[in-house]
Design a binder for this molecule. Structure first.
Ligand code: ADP
Ligand code: MG
Length: 701
């Protein structure tokens, strides 16, 4: 007989017949022994921590009590219907209340029987109670109760409960499972890593996460399993990186020639910062290596990414190749186009703009010039990926604000050539290190961690509605000095539910406070035709209007160095990274700049923390860390599409140190044994190899 293993179908487990197997599959995606093994408990009941009813206090998060259910009755009608039990120990009585599953509970609970219950104590109508406590029969002196000081609690569902697969039922299956396969479980990591990182062996960890002897063992088991989750993600990412450079030859940019130097010596209106120089050197080194470049450039708003992009594009031009820059919005593409054109001046290289609103006639000309090679640089939006756009020889693709582009779109650009073009991905959304490692582990990364000289840190204040006049005062002072002001609103259309100050209403107040002809106001919002938006933007850019009232369309990339004030209305409605992006629209010139966060009086704890963070720091990376802690990785840029964040135990907000440790150990493994040939790495190689064939890793353990 073939021994049971982690790939054995779940129906072969003792206690699981065809019908239970069906619900395990449909409800929990448990198909195999291995899947069940990886259905970890979400907590453990600590049998050693017990309270008496008189000790319970509403401040307690949760408590466990042993007692007897002495009464059970339904109360209320229809929607108010509930099941109320009286629960008693030798010190007192409390109420247990259920609003759901009343019928099922009536059938399964026994009045008069002893139970061990777990839940949050509350006081309701002066009466101590617990709502929806976890209930479990208590058998004093029984083998189970005495043995297991930490009892696992599993997620279950209503449907599973119908098949007696509540937490307790699943626990029984886990016992049977471990009996069947414990001896078959194998270690996956090489011995030296276990020793170096003090890791519990895998078979032991898999058993202990379900049935730990004590809290310390449980912690060790969880640590080991988290290490595994992160390790195998990193192994795959870093291997891809390794193979990518081996597999894909890239254009070799041998000559840093004419155009790059001409631009540098004759056109560049400022000195590059050291950080810009370093990143350009890194790009030069990559593009001269003969392998295809995949590089992520992170630079805070205002750090000067555009010129880095342009100079990289000129490297391509110098080598007879074309380059394109893709931006996520029409306005941003236009902005890039204008600033690149201005920086380049005449005669260095030809550049065109291609967006959704480019006229057909112009579009055809651009297509032709791209195909015959007479056009060297192209700036645009998604329109660049359309099939009709063909390059004669595309050498470099720059993607700005990459989180708005999916991986698939990146790949599409990538396939526009026989030799894949070099890819430069630029983002102004600082990505916390842990996330960057997990999401972009396959990209090399550069950081522009320096702002151009002479920039003064932006002064940020948070004002409540009653201080609005102070804000108007600041605006007037700055406008009198010749500066310009942005006012940003979160929404354009009125929403009855939210107590917002709307752009339209705000505009009326503004027009009274800042009357013509002394003051001129531009308005840009998402519902306007592109042509009008562009017209208004240009008026503001040329300094013909002093105030720009906008919704978040200006959030990314717009560059007006003369603007010195950013007012954000209803700032509490914005996320942290959005606030930081918006603030980055000012502080681009040498003058002192200001950011004013306007908010209502009622703030949640979280929105208060966001605004405080903005006032405290200008550092985008620090802000991103706070954002990650507030929102979790799932909400951060780009994570949804990645699929790599399918973590059961590890948590990128709290396990940063562990991730760093794991990553360096993976790098070390590859450094010592690039092809994973050593016998101690066989399992790792196996994992990578089979994983590629679409097989889950459980199947090799
Ligand atoms: P971002 O990184 O946010 O895209 P930009 O590329 O738009 O930043 O640059 C912001 C502003 O700083 C622009 O006006 C640009 O011309 C200017 N700038 C860029 N690099 C330097 C530098 N080294 N010294 C002075 N100004 C610079
Ligand atoms: Mg930019």
């Amino acid at each position: 007989m073939i021994p049971f293993s982690t790939i054995t179908p779940i129906e072969y487990l003792k206690g699981v017949g065809p019908s239970r197997a069906e619900v395990l599959k449909s409800e929990l995606s448990i198909y195999t022994f291995g899947d069940l093994l990886r259905h970890y408990p979400f907590r453990h009941i600590d049998r050693t921590q017990l309270h008496k009813i008189t000790q319970l206090k509403p401040e307690m998060a949760a408590a466990q009590v042993i007692g007897r259910l002495v009464q059970l009755e339904e109360r209320g009608e229809r929607r108010g219907k509930r099941l109320v039990g009286q629960f008693m120990d030798d010190t007192g009585t409390m109420e247990l209340v259920w609003f759901q599953h009343i019928g099922w509970l009536r059938k399964t609970l026994t009045v008069g029987a002893p139970y061990i219950i777990y839940g949050k104590p509350t006081i309701f109508n002066n009466q101590l109670s617990m709502t929806h406590p976890e209930m479990e029969s208590y058998l004093p002196g029984s083998k189970n109760a005495g043995n297991m000081s930490l009892q696992p609690v599993y997620n279950s569902t209503e449907k599973l409960k119908k098949f007696s697969l509540d937490s307790k039922g699943i626990q029984k299956l886990q016992v049977a499972l471990l009996e069947a396969i414990a001896a078959q479980l194998r270690e996956t990591l090489p011995e030296y890593l276990l020793r170096r990182h003090g890791l519990m062996p895998l078979p032991q960890a898999l058993e202990a996460i379900h049935f730990p002897a004590n809290q310390q063992v449980l912690r060790h088991a969880i640590h080991r399993l988290k290490f595994d989750e992160l390790f195998f993600i990193q192994l795959k990412l870093l291997k891809n990186k390794l193979l990518n450079t081996q597999r894909f030859k890239g254009h070799q940019f041998d000559s840093v020639g004419e155009k790059f130097n001409q631009f540098y010596h004759e056109r560049l209106p400022f000195d590059l910062t050291n950080a810009q120089k370093r990143v350009i050197r890194e790009i030069r080194r990559d593009t001269a290596s003969g392998a295809q470049m995949n590089r992520l450039v992170q630079g805070d708003v205002g750090s000067g990414k555009t010129v880095v992009a342009l100079m990289s594009m000129l490297l391509a031009t110098d080598n007879g190749l074309q380059a394109c820059l893709m931006a996520p919005t029409e306005i941003l593409a236009q902005q890039h186009y204008h600033s690149i054109k201005k920086l380049l001046g005449e005669g260095i290289a030809s550049v065109q703009l291609l967006t959704g609103s480019t006229a057909r006639k112009d579009r055809r000309i651009i297509h032709t010039q791209l195909e015959d090679g007479s056009l060297s640089l192209l700036v645009g939006t998604h329109a660049l990926i359309e099939d009709a756009v063909k390059f004669k020889n595309l050498g470099l693709v720059v993607i700005d604000e990459q989180h708005r582009f999916g991986v698939e779109q990146r790949a599409k650009l990538w396939r526009k050539n026989d030799i894949p073009p070099h890819m430069l991905v630029m983002t102004a959304t600082p990505i916390p290190r842990t996330l960057a490692m997990t999401l972009y582990g396959d990209l090399d990364s550069s950081v522009i961690d320096e702002l151009p000289a002479g920039r003064k840190p932006i002064k940020t204040t948070h004002l409540y509605e009653h201080s609005r006049l102070r804000m108007f005062g600041l605006m007037k002072d700055e406008i009198t000095k010749g500066s310009q002001v942005y006012i940003v609103y979160p929404l354009i259309k009125e929403s009855e539910k939210m107590d917002l100050l709307y752009l339209e209403a705000g505009l009326e107040t503004l027009q009274q406070e800042f009357p013509l002809p002394r003051y001129r106001i531009s308005v840009v919002h998402g519902k306007m035709p592109v042509k009008d938006k562009e017209f208004e933007m240009q008026r503001f850019i040329r300094g013909e209007t002093q105030i720009m009232v906008a919704t978040t369309v200006i959030e990314v990339g717009v560059d007006v160095p003369n603007a010195s004030v950013m007012v954000i209305e209803n700032a509490e409605r914005f996320g942290l990274s959005q606030l930081h992006q918006l603030r980055g629209r000012v502080g681009r010139g040498a003058a002192q700049s200001y950011c004013v966060l306007m908010s209502g009086n009622k703030l949640t704890k979280e929105s208060k923390l966001r605004l405080e963070t903005m006032v405290r720091t200008n550092d985008g990376f620090e802000i991103a860390e706070v954002d990650l802690q507030l929102r979790g990785p799932g909400d951060l840029a780009g994570t949804q599409q990645s699929g790599v964040l399918d973590l059961k135990l590890a948590d990128l907000t709290t396990d940063q140190a562990l991730l760093t440790e794991v990553r360096s150990s993976v790098i070390e493994v590859f450094r010592n044994d690039p092809q994973l040939d050593n016998s101690e790495h066989i399992l790792l190689r196996d994992y990578l190899f089979r994983r590629e064939a679409g097989i889950q890793w459980e199947k090799i353990s």
